[in-house]
Design a protein around this ligand. Structure first.
Ligand code: PEP
Ligand code: MN
Length: 356
């Protein structure tokens, strides 16, 4: 199983949970003619609080198997422990995925890896619920170290306490970092669990493609409003068809030499500008250190709140009407300010060492 295609995103669709045989079969029937590569359904559901529907268990695998055979597509379920792995393999499941609440726990990931040793079952690893790329990479490494080679990652967003339009914050920098560290690993975006609603799905799916992700996992249900889990975010097969048809597929590169040359030229300009920015930063920090020395000689504190406020207001006014968001400006200035304070502190301390 290759989780990557040349012509369009690799698509995983199907209900959040297998509920009844009819629901699985009917949902699958709706997906038959769509560009769907893998049929999904959860049969063991990790629920945040007890007392909710926790999945139909092993029986659901039979329904999924039947549905997959009927529409001619491979099937996938979530596994969270050795027993799940054994039952999934016994039931003929083609692809396993590890859920976000399992990826956080290295003991569980290792247990799953050990249970899969000696097979080469394809496995997709969802990001952990917390925004920690090392934990995500660690889970993939545990599977690699038992000899599994058909691996992929699923970006499903991260828990936050802050209010946000998303159920799970996408933190796009994290899958981007995963791609940088593991360039061969396909990454599939799961807009359903990122959004938690139907309205934002298209936007998030397009963004994932613009960021060169390899595929999409979209929860699909014959009657989403009546779903036993994740009712707010599932779509009908018809809605999925519309979402997929409206996506603009982008290639990581172009074969057109003229396009390539133009891109090269623009990138060379960016490279030069980045170097200029860095040289200016070095110069600015050297002035900061001089200020540090001056403050030391005259016994003045490093941090002066009024001056910091003045800087913020002045720079905000400077970029007004220009294509630079205030959010970015603040992040940028804060990073410079932090480094400047750090360097000034060094100046102060080194003088103490000298005079001692
Ligand atoms: C799911 O895919 O239905 C699921 C439980 O996802 P996650 O592990 O991302 O919460
Ligand atoms: Mn779900």
């Amino acid at each position: 199983m290759e989780f990557r295609r040349k012509d369009r995103p690799f698509v995983i669709a199907g209900p959040c949970s297998a509920e009844t045989r009819e629901q699985v079969l009917e949902t699958a029937e709706g997906l038959k003619t769509l560009n769907v590569d893998l049929l999904r359904a959860g049969v063991w559901k990790p629920r945040t609080r007890p007392g909710n529907f926790e999945g139909v268990g092993e029986e659901g695998i039979e329904w999924l198997k039947e549905a997959g055979a009927k529409i001619g597509k491979p099937i996938a379920v979530e596994v969270a422990n050795t027993l799940h792995v054994e039952l999934a393999l016994k039931g003929g499941v083609d692809v396993l995925w590890i859920g976000a609440r399992t990826t956080v726990n290295p003991f569980m990931v290792q247990e799953i890896a050990n249970a899969l040793k000696g097979t080469d079952v394809p496995v997709l690893v969802k990001n952990p619920v917390n925004p920690d790329v090392e934990l995500w990479i660690g889970a993939v490494e545990r599977l690699q170290s038992v000899g599994l080679t058909k691996l992929g990652a699923i970006h499903r967003g991260f828990s936050t306490f802050q209010k946000s339009p998303f159920r799970n914050s996408p933190n796009w920098n994290i899958p981007i970092e995963l791609k940088r560290r593991m360039p061969e690993l396909p990454i599939i975006c799961d807009p359903s669990h990122i959004c938690g609603n139907r309205e934002l799905l298209s936007e998030v799916a397009q963004k994932a493609i613009d960021l060169n992700m390899d595929g999409l996992m979209l929860e699909t249900h014959r009657d989403p409003i009546k779903a036993w889990s994740d009712a707010d975010q599932q779509v009908t097969p018809q809605e999925l068809e519309r979402i997929l048809s409206e996506l603009v597929w982008r290639n990581p590169n172009s074969a057109d030499l003229e396009v390539k040359a133009k891109l090269e030229q623009l990138r060379a300009t960016i490279d030069g500008l980045d170097r200029d920015i860095l040289d200016l930063l070095v110069e600015r920090l050297s002035v900061s250190r001089s200020i540090g020395e001056y403050k030391r000689e005259h016994n003045i504190t490093i941090l002066q709140h009024q001056r910091w406020n003045e800087i913020l207001h002045d720079r905000e006014a400077h970029v007004q009407g220009k294509d630079l968001s205030l959010k970015f400006l603040h992040k940028f200035l804060e990073a410079i300010h932090e480094e400047s304070i750090q360097q000034q502190t060094q100046v102060m301390n080194s003088s103490k060492a000298k005079s001692a």
